[in-house]
Design a protein around this ligand. Structure first.
Ligand code: AMP
Length: 403
């Protein structure tokens, strides 16, 4: 996948053209109202720019996981209302994304108008990447703009298939995301550090394997650090750990040594005997965890040590919390390191890129999201990028095709 081959619509005359934009409008909705419009706020400037250039913009997206055709609860209609408010202009809503109704909605658009079509996943062809469905979608547009990085790890009709039928471009949000990730992983300023936390080693083996080959320091925290500690002969009591992955952890440590990547594990921990809010807790060295206690956060010495590592780094990539951050007070280690990274970033000393659902929630809780260089809201796509995998929705946009 040659990312330099990605083309944007800059310099293309889109006036009067029907431009299909694949966005990710899968936002939280409660009682018909959008409760967190972050994803909308990020993608709408690109939609508005196309409309301002005279395009007829047709926005398509999935929403939730409909099982068998249309479901009233999973209609995109409430999103059209939110878009209308945020954009301050009329949004035409198409009650289907293909066929006569969609054609009628699109046919009525004037230059500079915006339409949102109903949930793509109401049709089975979307997730199956059925060429017939992609061709039906393609009939609605003259060109295609992929602007849903968070969906790019899926080869669906609207992310991959469509590019076989229409001249295809990368949207501004997708470019922003790719550029941020390239800056942190592909062409970073060194030394580089990665923080990988979260519950289990088993879900992040490819991420860890890819990162040890790419970064200078790998800081491991969260439940997965327990497996690494255990694999190094440390007793972690009742902590969350995966003994069946000791060999994997050891392989990763060996690989890191060979590649010149230093793995940094916690040296102290906040332990408790109950996994609940406000549980009695204490700080101990990692080799002093009692048999009936569990590690729920990294301790202050670990935070100080990892802060020093960040201070000596120029680039940081972060995925996964260092402790059970949702349960007070076991978020303190994650929050403290997040604040340190934010400060270094604000001082212009660190490029910090973070991503993944839990990580975004942790950074929000620490109040530092805006101080990071870039925070990706993509979950699966962000992780697959960290794994070094080719994302089909992006690879498709880099291929030369004759239409
Ligand atoms: P992941 O989805 O793999 O990124 O894992 C995130 C989850 O890991 C969060 O819900 C945290 O509460 C949990 N977590 C992090 N550290 C620990 C720990 N030491 N013990 C138990 N759960 C943890």
């Amino acid at each position: 996948m040659n990312l330099d081959k990605l083309k944007t619509t800059d310099g293309i005359d889109v006036a009067g053209k029907r431009v299909i934009v694949r966005a990710d409008l899968n936002v939280p909705v409660k009682d018909g109202k959008v409760t967190d419009a972050t994803r909308l706020e990020r993608v709408l400037p690109g939609v508005k720019a196309l409309a301002d250039r005279g395009a007829k913009v047709i926005v398509i997206s999935h929403f939730g996981r409909p099982k068998n055709g249309p479901e009233a609860d999973l209609s995109l209609r409430p999103i059209a209302d939110a878009m209308q408010q945020l954009l301050g202009r009329q949004i035409a809503f198409g009650p289907d994304c293909i066929g006569e109704q969609a054609q009628a909605t699109v046919g009525a658009l004037k230059n500079g108008d915006v339409a949102l079509l109903e949930n793509l996943r109401f049709h089975k062809g979307e997730e199956k990447n059925d060429p017939k469905f992609a061709e039906e979608l393609a009939k609605l547009g003259d060109i295609f703009v992929g602007d849903a990085f968070s969906c790019a790890h899926r080869a669906h009709a609207s992310t991959e298939g469509l590019t076989n039928f229409l001249p295809s471009f990368a949207g501004p949000l997708l470019m922003e995301e790719i550029n941020a990730l390239r800056t942190a992983l592909e062409i970073p300023q060194r030394p580089t550090a990665a923080v990988v936390g979260g519950a289990k080693v088993s879900t992040k083996i490819p991420v860890l394997t890819n990162l040890v080959a790419k970064v200078d320091k790998l800081i491991i925290g969260g439940g997965m650090a327990n497996t690494f500690l255990q694999a190094s002969g440390v007793m972690v009591g009742k902590s969350l750990a995966e003994p069946e992955f000791h060999a994997t952890a050891r392989d990763i440590m060996t690989e890191a040594k060979q590649k010149g990547c230093e793995i940094i594990l916690p040296v102290d921990a906040v332990i408790a005997r109950e996994f609940k809010e406000g549980a009695a807790n204490e700080v101990v060295s990692v080799d002093e965890v009692p048999f009936d206690a569990m590690i729920l956060d990294v301790g202050p010495k670990s935070v100080a040590r990892t802060t020093d590592v960040l201070a000596a780094s120029k680039t940081l990539l972060w995925n996964g919390p260092l402790g059970a951050f949702e349960i007070s007070p076991f978020g303190e280690g994650t929050f403290a390191l997040a604040r340190a990274a934010a400060q270094l970033t604000k001082a212009g000393k660190l490029v910090s890129v973070a991503g993944g659902g839990d990580t975004v929630a942790a950074l929000n809780a620490a109040g530092v999201t805006d101080d990071f260089t870039y925070v990706s809201t993509a979950g699966g796509a962000f992780l697959e990028w960290l794994e070094g995998r080719e994302l089909p929705g992006i690879a498709a946009l880099t291929r030369e095709k004759v239409h």
